[in-house]
Design a protein around this ligand. Structure first.
Ligand code: GDP
Length: 310
């Protein structure tokens, strides 16, 4: 673990071996390497600065315990702080409400909203059974009756895409009514879910290629009507710096309750997780690790911290 950063810090600290406490100069030298590691992991620049500023006072003056080198000591302090900033422990979905409990999926087009909707629907509908179930606990331990509805009326294929995923995962989707508008679909979905005794209703909203006012107003109206218990912001881990602006815009307008980070299976080092958490203050709850509907995992702050530090 931390081979990359360890090596870098090892070089920096070669001269310092055996000192009792970390001096200001030692720490600053080490934090320059940490800064580079965070930037390489695509953590947004303002978040990198914030991180360095908050970890610095913790490291200065820290005793270097006998069994480790000063470099290892800095890594431990940085790693602990990073895990804490990422939320510390796994954050559960909150579905404690009178059914149907609504989960609203928001984010940019192509971020993985529809895929993530189907993944969450599949996992909730399987309860403790099904593929990859052993990884999940909390809200996912109870088998639930789930309905999905696509509110994306702009992209012609979007509603059909969700219907196909529904068939693959065995999760029912709201029948498509041509030319129906998003708010009307929301109303019909809520009525259907109530009437047919669904526990959870997942609403997949339309995304755009960039944040725009019309989209934001539409999502806000849907949210006001559906009163979601969870509003999950879906973001692509590969988008790096952009992810921050997206997160901020959504979080400013909606009560985002959690983040789903997708494409954590790719080359991305996961820095977006730290950026998203720092900018919104909301926990990353789930990660997408592939295109298949069982490739969803809970978010473990300690695992991502190791990946970010490299
Ligand atoms: P939407 O426009 O936000 O609804 O995005 P989609 O759900 O249609 O996803 C866009 C593309 O990303 C599709 O090709 C998905 O298969 C792919 N995708 C979604 N999540 C993941 C993931 O976690 N890993 C990988 N590798 N691909 C993903």
């Amino acid at each position: 673990m931390f081979e990359g950063l360890s090596k870098r810090l090892g070089d920096v600290f070669d001269k310092l071996r055996g000192r009792g406490a970390l001096s200001e100069a030692d720490v600053d030298m080490a934090l320059r390497e940490v800064r580079t590691a965070l930037l390489e992991a695509d953590v947004a620049l303002p978040v990198v600065r914030q991180f360095i500023d908050s970890v610095r006072p913790k490291a200065i003056g820290a005793d270097v315990i006998r069994s480790v080198t000063p470099g290892q000591m800095v890594i431990k302090i940085v790693n602990d702080h990073l895990v804490e900033m990422l939320g510390g422990t796994v954050a559960d979905l909150d579905l404690n409400a009178i059914p149907p409990v609504v989960i609203l999926m928001v984010g940019l087009q192509g971020s993985g909203k529809t895929t993530s909707s189907a993944k969450i629907a599949y996992r909730l509908s399987q309860g403790p059974q099904g593929m990859a179930a052993e990884m999940f606990g909390g809200a996912f331990s109870t088998k639930r009756k789930v309905l999905m509805a696509s509110l994306d009326t702009r992209r012609p294929a979007a509603q059909h895409q969700l219907a196909v995923l529904g068939e693959q995962t065995g999760v029912p989707t709201l029948p498509i009514v041509p030319l129906e508008m998003p708010l009307a679909i929301t109303r019909r979905a809520l009525e259907t879910a109530r009437r047919e005794g669904y526990d959870v209703l997942i609403l997949d909203t339309a995304g755009r290629l960039s944040i725009d006012e019309e989209l934001m107003t539409e999502v806000k109206e849907i949210s006001d009507l559906a009163k979601p218990k969870e509003t999950l912001l879906v973001a692509d881990a590969m988008t790096g710096q952009d992810a921050v602006n997206v997160a901020k815009a959504f979080n400013d307008r909606l009560a985002v309750t959690g983040i789903v980070l997708t494409r954590v299976d790719g080359d991305s080092r996961g820095g977006a997780a730290l950026s998203m958490r720092a900018v919104t203050g909301r926990p990353v709850k789930l990660i997408g690790v592939g295109e298949k509907f069982d490739q969803l995992e809970p978010f473990h702050p300690d695992r991502i911290a190791s990946r970010i530090l490299g």
